[in-house]
Design a protein around this ligand. Structure first.
Ligand code: ASP
Length: 294
């Protein structure tokens, strides 16, 4: 049975619904994840990714995305892309149409336009309001972003898929809210934000990108599964090690999620709580994860 998972309560649901529609139309695992992330990127009501997501301190939306297939280990990624959707599609084109793994900034944008995407403004009325608030009082706006319970400041949708021994992982993000211009986190970095290998499973990450990157969190989870761990055991092992070695991961949430070869899914959380949407066949359920025990 096909399993597809997607991160965070609100954006994850939009992404998973988009993925299921693509699956019902016969989409491959790659198609399903690209469709899911494209749906979430396009949704103006989600501050997590794409249209309407929160900008950097220059007031620019700089988007990152990545995708990896577990059969060939082929991967594609883009970072710092402005004014273009869907970024995950551009990452897929990098994987499929170039000999490279990553394109950045203006040249990633140019590549997306060469392949048929139309440049567009990703600003929404809500974003104009939020940016005005940030300019007036950056600290107050940052505090507001981090205090909202209805829309936690998680700016990534990471999706994983497994079907009959095939694994694919993909991620799309606007990065940290009000980040330094040019900052790139873990999400478009193969091994940090995503990893897939049909011999072992696949994994992805969300949360504080600097820490997840230093931990090579996704690769590390896949290597635990290669050594025989289930998805849940692998994610917990990574989260525990991060808590032990990376004190910042005890202060700010870092999440690793994975799918294993036995059809299992799991997530490891360094602090706080995390919601993961899971579709098995056509049934969607939301699973709540708490901080890992040391
Ligand atoms: N991991 C993302 C980044 O650091 C942010 C997030 O997942 O909330 O860019």
């Amino acid at each position: 049975m096909r399993t597809v998972v997607s991160t965070w309560l609100r954006p994850g649901k939009v992404a998973l619904q988009g993925a299921l529609v693509s699956g019902q139309q016969g989409g491959s695992l790659l198609d399903v994840l690209v469709a899911g992330l494209a749906a979430a990127e396009d949704d103006p009501d989600l501050i997590a990714i794409g249209r309407g997501s929160l900008p950097n301190t220059d007031g620019e939306l700089e988007l990152d995305a990545s995708i990896m297939r577990g059969d060939t280990l082929a991967a594609g990624a883009v970072c710092g892309v402005r004014g273009l959707l869907p970024c995950i599609q551009v990452a897929r084109w990098v994987m499929e149409k170039t000999p490279h793994v990553m394109l950045c900034g203006d040249q990633a944008r140019r590549f997306g336009i060469e392949n048929g995407l139309k440049p567009q403004s990703l600003w929404t009325d809500e974003l104009v309001r939020r940016w005005a608030n940030f300019q007036e009082n950056p600290e107050r706006e940052r505090a507001y972003v981090h205090s909202r319970e209805d829309e936690p400041p998680h700016d990534t949708v990471t999706m994983l898929a497994h079907d009959a021994g095939e694994f694919v992982a993909a991620s799309s993000t606007s990065g940290m809210p009000y980040k330094r211009p040019g900052r790139v986190g873990d999400s478009p970095i193969i091994g940090a934000g995503i990893y897939a290998d049909n011999e072992a499973g696949c994994a992805g990450a969300t949360g504080l990108g600097e820490e997840l990157w230093k931990a090579c969190a996704s690769f590390s989870a896949v290597e635990h599964m290669r050594s025989g761990a289930s998805a849940q055991e692998a994610c917990e092992a990574v989260a525990r090690q991060m808590r032990r070695r990376q004190p910042a991961s005890r202060e700010t949430i870092c999440v690793v999620l994975a799918l294993d070869k036995n059809g299992g899914f799991g997530a490891g959380v360094t602090t706080g709580t995390f919601d993961l949407w899971v579709a098995q066949g056509d049934a969607m359920t939301c699973h709540h994860f708490e901080q890992v025990q040391d």
